[in-house]
Write a protein of this length. Structure first.
Lengths: 110, 84
């Protein structure tokens, strides 16, 4: 483990901690999901980059893990939030614009 | 050594915050979000353990763990969709 890898993994750890803080403090489900998913995706990228800096011989395998997390983490989050919206979870306060409302109403009528 | 302790403390803070949300979170969706976050943090933790121990086996575990975490989130989302 060299200096660069320590800088990268500690930056990743800071993103993990702030993501957890956002998950705890945000007012409703949608903002919580945004804090919890974006921050941890970036934190994992930085941590895995730190592991690459420490062990360059594992680059290919770690790039595979990175690619997989970048591809799947946002997909999982958006699927979950879509299912929460269709189950009737209300956002915090009064939403300014709700473009999905008409779309899903039409879909349900069919 | 002190740098490793700083990293593990920050990671532990993220895990503790997510676990509190897992315990209190008003809807089931909050719980699934925090579970997803705990899984992603553990994936990063496994990669760091692999680097510290010098054992590439932990990277395979991290990859499988990431796959299972994704499947878990999707299955929960599809299962709970549309239940008022």
């Amino acid at each position: 483990m060299n200096t660069l890898s320590y800088i990268l993994i500690i930056a990743g750890g800071i993103f993990y901690a702030t993501g957890g803080l956002g998950l705890l403090r945000m007012p409703d489900l949608y903002t919580r999901a945004q804090a919890g998913t974006k921050a941890t995706t970036l934190g994992t990228m930085l941590t895995l980059a730190g592991v690459i800096a420490a062990r360059p011989e594992w680059t290919l395998k770690i790039l595979l893990i990175m690619l997989f997390i970048v591809a799947t983490n946002p997909v999982g989050s958006s699927t979950l939030i879509r299912s929460a919206y269709r189950s009737g979870v209300k956002p915090y306060g009064v939403p300014v614009v709700d473009e999905l409302e008409d779309l899903y109403k039409k879909e349900d009528e069919q | 050594m002190i740098l490793q302790i700083i990293f593990f403390v920050l990671l532990g803070l993220g895990l503790v915050f997510a676990a509190i949300r897992l315990a209190v979170g008003p809807t089931a969706f909050d719980r699934v979000i925090s579970l997803d976050m705990i899984n992603i943090i553990i994936t990063g933790l496994l990669a760091v353990i692999a680097a510290l121990k010098g054992d590439a086996m932990y990277l395979d575990i991290a990859l499988v763990f990431a796959v299972l975490a994704f499947l878990e989130t999707i299955v929960f989302a599809r299962f709970m969709e549309g239940k008022k």
